[in-house]
Design a protein around this ligand. Structure first.
Ligand SMILES: Nc1ncnc2c1ncn2[C@@H]1O[C@H](COP(=O)(O)OP(=O)(O)O)[C@@H](O)[C@H]1O
Ligand code: SF4
Ligand SMILES: [Mg+2]
Length: 361
């Protein structure tokens, strides 16, 4: 083993989830509540995040991204599975014991218009975590700390006494980021942090997050519903469909060598500004809607929309692990740039590279 490889193995992930499950009971009745089913919002998710890195999590609306985010930061208890945060198991801890660990992992919310209390000043909003975790910053230093946080996210420290409505959407998301950073966490879980913003502002907020990650040595789980949003910030990408991760790899593997039909469809739908390139590209239009997570399809959950589905796909659940269920493609399917015999985890019996990205670069 060479030294570099050895080092990589020595670095423990800062966050690790194993077989994470969240099922919400569906209840009927007013006086006698009966559980008549479960929403399988997150159903067996594994992930790993390393210091200083960004893991992008991408999938359509309703596939369980926000639920996963809440599980990771300890806002929802998992139905089963484990979450290891900085070497500590937190998945099974009672809520009151999770609180000290919450300092290390913070959530940046999707909608900066609803996630900030309109009746609180920006100074009070950013200082709120210090009230919940007293002892992190001495009381007489709180104002100075808040001003420094505002400066860090590119806002004027003189605006501490303003209210959220006096800021634009992009500025409000900066306030949300300042609040998330107040307790000096090591990890941010960003749940679609730019989805509610104008496209012209999205890049600025992503650049800010990137700069903060590098300057503060943070690690991110960065959630988006569109693969184009995480393209520049993510080191690794996990593609989610109906509560499960269907493909996982480095950004280069996912964007340049997508193997799961769902990833290929998502990538083929990424808008291309150049009309000539657009014309050369084959767009894969997915048929039908996302099925209900209350009663997901048997076998492969993607099969009702997959153009490659066979009988096997209805009977067996494809595993994400490379090598299982025939997910390792024949060598002839390897891209010339990939080392022979290597491939990335794809939960599909017929995983095969398809060039849907050459025009998206
Ligand atoms: N508290 C809850 N109770 C019941 N169902 C929920 C709850 N939260 C989310 N869900 C359901 O779980 C599924 C995943 O939702 P969510 O995690 O918000 O997805 P996403 O963020 O990818 O849009 C959806 O079907 C949603 O309706
Ligand atoms: S396992 Fe079958 S249904 Fe699922 S993605 Fe692969 S080919 Fe499609
Ligand atoms: Mg969501």
């Amino acid at each position: 083993m060479n030294a570099e490889l050895g080092q990589e193995h020595a670095a423990e992930p800062v966050l690790e989830a194993r077989d994470l499950v969240k099922h919400f009971p569906v209840q009927r009745g007013i006086v006698f509540k009966r559980t008549v089913g479960h929403v399988q919002a997150v159903d067996g998710v594994d992930l790993e995040l390393h210091a200083g890195k960004t893991l992008g999590v991408v999938g359509e609306s309703g596939c369980g991204k926000s639920t996963l985010a809440k599980l990771l930061v300890g806002l929802e208890p998992p139905t089963s599975g484990s979450i290891n945060l900085l070497g500590q198991e937190i998945g099974n801890l009672p809520q009151r014991k999770i609180r000290p660990h919450r300092r290390d992992i913070q959530l940046v919310f999707q909608d900066p218009y609803t996630s900030l209390n309109p009746r609180m000043t920006v100074g009070d909003i950013v200082a709120e975590p210090f009230a919940i975790h007293p002892g992190v910053v001495p009381k007489d230093k709180v104002t100075a700390e808040v001003k420094e946080l505002l400066d860090l996210v590119g806002l004027s420290p003189d605006h501490v006494n303003r209210y959220p409505h006096q800021f634009s959407g992009g500025q409000r998301q900066r306030i949300g980021i300042a609040r998330a950073l107040a307790l000096r966490p090591q990890i941010l879980v960003c749940d679609e942090p730019v989805s509610a913003l104008d496209v012209s502002i999205q890049g600025q907020v992503i650049n800010l997050l990137e700069r903060l990650r590098d300057e503060l040595g943070l690690a991110y789980v960065f959630i988006a519903h569109d693969l184009s949003v995480v393209r520049h910030i993510a080191d690794e990408v996990a593609v989610m469909y109906l509560g499960k991760i269907v493909e996982r790899g480095t950004a280069a593997e996912i964007y340049d060598h997508p193997r799961h039909p769902y990833t290929q469809a998502l990538l083929s739908a990424v808008p291309v500004p150049d009309p000539e390139l657009r014309g050369r590209r084959e767009e894969i239009i997915l048929q039908g809607d996302v099925p209900s997570p209350i009663n997901p399809p048997s076998g492969c959950r993607f099969r009702t929309r997959c153009w490659k589905a066979t009988e096997r796909c209805a009977e067996e659940v494809p595993s994400l692990d490379v090598g299982d269920n025939g997910t390792r493609p024949p060598v002839s399917h390897h891209h010339p740039n990939q080392p022979e015999g290597s491939t990335h985890p794809t939960a599909c019996f017929y995983a095969e590279e398809k060039d849907v990205t050459h025009a998206v670069k």
